[in-house]
Design a protein around this ligand. Structure first.
Ligand SMILES: Cc1cc2nc3c(=O)[nH]c(=O)nc-3n(C[C@H](O)[C@H](O)[C@H](O)COP(=O)(O)OP(=O)(O)OC[C@H]3O[C@@H](n4cnc5c(N)ncnc54)[C@H](O)[C@@H]3O)c2cc1C
Length: 429
């Protein structure tokens, strides 16, 4: 199967469709030269470019973005901005490391919040906290593990039984859950376009400009795009799983797609019962559903995965509908206003692929499904690393992405593991 250089999606991104129309930055045309080129205008890439510009304001900085900002992967997510590391599988011996990660996440979240306020980015950023909930025995075991982590890490939370959850989120589907205050919710397409549109004018952003090839040319790198070419001594690959087509290690990174669907604004009396407030729920089990409401009273579900390619959206939409109707039977027959797929970079052990891969060529990839805050931090750290500035020890904090067997073993492993896990935790999906 040919490896794609950048993502393309079957359907448009709902979050972006709901924004006012904006004029994209022009594509790269002809030949250009820069001091640093950042590939990908996601959270990682924008953060890297901003740090570079702050430290070296005289440098020529270019960002190449394959899509229109807001329409690509960073606009397609569910908008959970976690102030603490995702720790479904944290072991007690990892607590010291997790405590450092939590402190970094809080700091990065505070920076993002400050940026949103300073630039007046209208992205419905709310400190709503997050619920976690489980229905099955397997899900409840994962929930218990997460509760143990929160307690050991000294993080506050409120345990909730099924009835208490129902009073908060309008469904009696879950047996038990908890509420943790350490999370913000955001309109992700509004956030990423707001960040891109408020970049310093010294940073040149080119939208609809996929990097399709990269070659070393003396001390420079030459990057080709459909209508042009740019040379630079430093290149930062911030395009997640698609960095593999430009030199990142294929044996440690894979593309996993996941899917979201959103109802129209709910009508009374469901609106008052389910979506009177903006709330979000993350699954206790890793294959479970994410749920959230929006500021205009919609209900969103995110679930299901596919390996390396977007699955047929109509087929997935039917599954998402069944999952949401199981939780909110009073909404059946359910109609979605929008449904879409998005891509994430996945590594076997959850650690990022990060650092210099060849002289002057750097990568930060492998968000593992949670990268708004983490990507912002890792992008900033990668830019500092590429400029020779001090950086925290990323490998000891985040780990190092581990090796995965190539296809067809990898593909088979993905389908087998997800099928077994899905059967065990059927009612969580
Ligand atoms: C449905 C869904 C729900 C999610 N929910 C959450 C959530 O609630 N919270 C959270 O933190 N994370 C969530 N994620 C994951 C989150 O979207 C990612 O972790 C985050 O966007 C990673 O940021 P990034 O900048 O590292 O990479 P990306 O967001 O993947 O950005 C990479 C950018 O590079 C561009 N690109 C790719 N190839 C090329 C190329 N060759 N040339 C130029 N540009 C290129 C892409 O178009 C994209 O804009 C979710 C993901 C999905 C799909």
């Amino acid at each position: 199967m040919p490896r794609l250089t950048h993502p393309s999606h079957q359907r448009t991104c709902g979050w972006n469709d709901w924004l006012a129309e904006r004029k994209p930055h022009p594509p790269l045309r002809g030949e250009a030269v820069a001091d640093v080129v950042v590939i990908g205008a996601g959270y990682t890439g924008i953060s890297a470019a901003m740090t570079w510009q702050r430290e070296r304001p005289q440098d020529r900085i270019k960002i190449l973005e394959a899509d229109v900002v807001g329409e690509g992967s960073p606009g397609r997510n569910s908008g959970f901005m976690l102030e603490v590391a995702l720790a479904n599988d944290a072991r007690p011996e990892e607590l010291a490391r997790m405590a450092k990660l939590n402190a970094l996440s809080r700091q990065t979240m505070a920076t993002l919040r400050e940026r949103v306020e300073r630039q007046g980015i209208d992205c419905q950023l709310r400190h709503s906290g997050t619920y976690r909930a489980a229905r099955s025995d397997v899900g409840r075991r994962s929930l218990r593990q997460y509760r143990n982590f929160l307690e050991a890490a000294g993080l506050s939370y409120q345990p909730l039984d099924g009835e208490q959850l129902e009073a908060r989120i309008g469904t009696r589907y879950y047996q038990e859950g908890l509420y943790s205050p350490d999370c913000y919710l955001v309109q992700p397409a509004a956030l990423i376009t707001g960040l891109a549109d408020s970049l310093d004018e010294a940073i040149e952003l080119h939208e609809r400009t996929p990097a399709t090839g990269i070659v070393a040319d003396g001390k420079d790198w030459r990057i080709t795009t459909p209508e042009g070419e740019v040379r630079a001594t430093r290149v930062i690959l911030a395009n997640n799983a698609f960095s593999r087509a430009l030199g990142a290690d294929r044996a440690r990174l894979t593309a996993i797609y996941t899917y979201a669907a959103v109802t129209p604004p709910l009508a009374s009396p469901h609106r008052e019962r389910i979506a009177a407030e903006t709330w979000g729920l993350l699954p206790a089990h890793r294959l479970g559903c994410t749920l959230r409401t929006t500021s205009d009273g919609r209900l969103m579900i995110r679930s299901r995965y596919s390996y390396e390619r977007e699955a047929d959206n109509a087929r997935i939409e039917a599954k998402l509908r069944a999952s949401l109707e199981a939780r909110y039977p009073e909404l059946a027959p359910l109609h979605f206003d929008k449904m879409w797929g998005g891509t994430t970079g996945f590594t076997h052990n959850g650690a990022p692929l990060w650092g210099e891969i060849q002289p002057g060529l750097y990568v930060s990839a492998g968000c593992n499904g949670g990268g708004i805050v983490k990507g912002t931090y890792l992008g900033d750290a990668l830019a500092r690393h590429a400029m020779g500035l001090p950086v925290e020890d990323i490998a000891s904090l985040f780990g190092t992405a581990s090796w995965m067997p190539p296809d067809p073993v990898r593909r088979l492993g993905f389908y087998l593991t997800s099928e077994i896990e899905r059967r065990k935790a059927q009612s969580e999906t």
